[in-house]
Design a protein around this ligand. Structure first.
Ligand code: DGJ
Length: 339
């Protein structure tokens, strides 16, 4: 009889302990949700949490706006596991939901700077990236462009090819899409090593490079491109690995050049290091007049998953100069909505 009572007591205690743990877990998750901020501004260089409260891991990439979904997608290097291309989605550019690793890099040694473009005709997403690895015993010597395709913005992207465009070494890449012609171009750090930037036009379906490929004669990395009043602006960094350096921009009246060196667009940049960042893309925010978003990486000197982002508005002055000013915190109300 005593044994039966003892057993009953034991199982009741177990149930209470179990319940207690469930309550703790529930409480913790409610607490985590309460901790997750709802952003309504950009805070350059600070920790930026996704909708689950985890730091966004999407470096060296680009943002696209998918009109038929009324959604922004942000692609970049996921430097945590599983490594490859990450994708985040957002309705407002401030709050981002993790859509996972849309291309796992697997055995590829170096997978960097993915740039995605939507092909409205074939209704598919094309990703270009820096494909690299070891050659002759040295890393970053394969120096190729890689291309991958997906039917959905959230992947999976399947690699179709990787090669040297027109035989040129290719490392950091930027991308520009002409809103009128829908033609796309890749600016790539070429030559040995990154001796120059080249610009190559993509095929109509964005899946291959054409022979329309020119030398800009600029020894730099991290290209980002915008167009305003018929002038193309090419923003670049210098070449110092993961350490930030001074930015420089070039202008041309034709995307295929010739380009003229203009100077440093980062105004009041006391550290002379692009506000401690390196350019990765310039996103023209739809729905706002002249809303050019500078996307920069703050690599923390080592490109770890928790590297931060420096997003700032780019101004083209009435004299036609490119200027990037520091803002501790800012939002889209800086721009004028288009009618
Ligand atoms: C600088 C480039 O901008 C990065 O994308 C990366 O390739 C590093 N070099 C590697 O050192």
């Amino acid at each position: 009889m005593r044994k039966i009572t003892q057993k009953t007591n034991d199982s009741a205690t177990k149930k209470i302990v179990h319940l207690f743990f469930i309550l703790i877990v529930l409480n913790l998750s409610v607490f985590a949700q309460q901790q997750q901020p709802k952003y309504n501004s950009f805070i350059p260089g600070e920790k930026w949490l996704d909708t689950e409260g985890i730091h966004i891991d999407s470096h060296g990439g680009n943002i696209i706006y998918v009109e038929h979904e009324k959604t922004y997608y942000w692609y970049g290097e996921r430097r945590g596991e599983p490594r490859g291309a990450s994708c985040y989605s957002s309705k407002d550019l401030y709050n981002w939901k993790n859509e996972g690793t849309v291309l796992k890099k697997g055995a590829i040694k170096v997978f960097e700077r993915p740039k995605v473009i939507y092909d409205k005709i074939k209704k598919q997403y094309v990703m270009w990236f820096h494909y690299d690895g070891v050659l002759d015993g040295k890393n970053y010597r394969i120096a190729e462009l890689g291309v991958a395709i997906s039917k959905e913005p959230t992947g999976p992207f399947v690699i179709k090819d990787h090669y040297r465009p027109n035989g040129n070494e290719s490392r950091d890449i930027g991308m520009y899409i002409d809103p009128k012609t829908q033609k796309a171009y890749i600016g790539y750090a070429a030559g040995h090593i990154n001796k120059t930037i080249r610009m190559v036009e993509l095929s109509k379906d964005y899946q291959s490079t054409t022979i329309n490929d020119i030398d800009i004669d600029a020894h730099c990395e991290g290209p980002g491109i915008l167009k305003k009043n018929g002038i193309y602006y090419l923003l670049t960094s210098e070449c110092s690995g993961w350490t930030p350096n001074q930015g420089t921009y070039y202008t041309a009246s034709n995307i295929m050049g010739p380009y003229k060196k203009q100077g440093n667009p980062f105004i009041g940049d006391v550290g002379n290091n692009s506000f401690n960042s390196q350019p990765c893309y310039i996103f023209k925010i739809p729905g706002y007049k002249d809303a050019y978003l500078y996307m920069g990486d703050r690599w923390n000197g080592r490109a770890s998953p928790d590297s931060a982002y420096v997003f700032l508005p780019i101004t083209i002055t009435s004299e036609g100069n490119m200027e990037i000013h520091w803002h501790k915190e800012w939002d889209l109300s800086l721009f004028t909505p288009e009618k």
